[in-house]
Design a protein around this ligand. Structure first.
Ligand SMILES: [Zn+2]
Length: 218
């Protein structure tokens, strides 16, 4: 435990040192990189914690990457929602961009990335990415196709109607999308990823879950 920070260079004379057992050398904070929850405190200045000029440098005890707290803002911010394990490649990159956009309040950009993801889902479920005139499908066509492919259930239909409007506004209108609308669209998209990718992966993959089906016995 004492060697966790032994790879760090500290550049100049220090105000003081903390022992690992000092409670001020540990903090509970969600890591924006790996989702770990324990942070080693590398250093902090001698102003009141939480005040505007307070600065604290932290290091995740799990992935060893660093975050900085300025006042009460932590950078990089913890990303909203989670990363589905079944995603890879372009789809994974697009989903991570959705989360990054939301974390900095870029709501219109987040919705546009969700639109892009929904097109991915539709095309991967059989929608041609271009028609005979070389035009890509509209957003409404993509959603209709996803519904026809039975990816989502009828109960999600009212949600889909809402997403359609917000998604079209993000692409065609100048009106700003609110963060609440963007979160709504992103949460829907997350559900859809679950239905379109994760369920299949869970069924096809090795049994990594400890939740055994109730009706599997014979
Ligand atoms: Zn971490």
């Amino acid at each position: 435990m004492a060697s966790l920070n032994s790879d760090l260079f500290i550049t100049s004379a220090r105000y003081g040192n903390l022992e690992h057992k000092d409670p001020r050398s540990w903090e509970r904070l969600d890591c924006p990189f790996c989702g770990g929850t324990q942070m080693l405190v590398i250093g902090f200045n001698d102003v009141v914690p939480g005040s505007e000029s307070y600065v604290e440098w932290l290091r995740c005890a799990n992935c060893l990457r660093g975050v900085v707290r300025n006042g009460d803002a932590v950078s990089p911010a913890t990303l909203p929602l989670d990363t589905p394990r079944a995603l890879e490649g372009d789809t994974l990159t697009a989903w991570n961009e959705v989360r990054a956009c939301l974390s900095v309040g870029a709501s219109t950009a987040a919705v546009m990335m969700c639109r892009k993801l929904l097109f991915h889902v539709a095309v991967e479920h059989g929608l041609p990415d271009k028609d005979s005139k070389g035009r890509g499908p509209t957003f409404a066509e993509a959603l209709d196709h996803i519904e026809e492919s039975d990816v989502f259930t009828a109960r999600m239909r009212p949600w889909v109607e809402r997403i359609k409007d917000v998604g079209n506004e993000a692409n065609h209108d100048l009106a700003a999308i609110s963060l609440a609308q963007a979160r709504d669209v992103a949460t829907f998209t997350r559900q859809l990823i679950n239905l379109a990718y994760e369920l299949d992966a869970m069924i096809a993959g090795p049994n990594t879950s400890d939740a055994h089906g109730d009706g599997s016995g014979d």
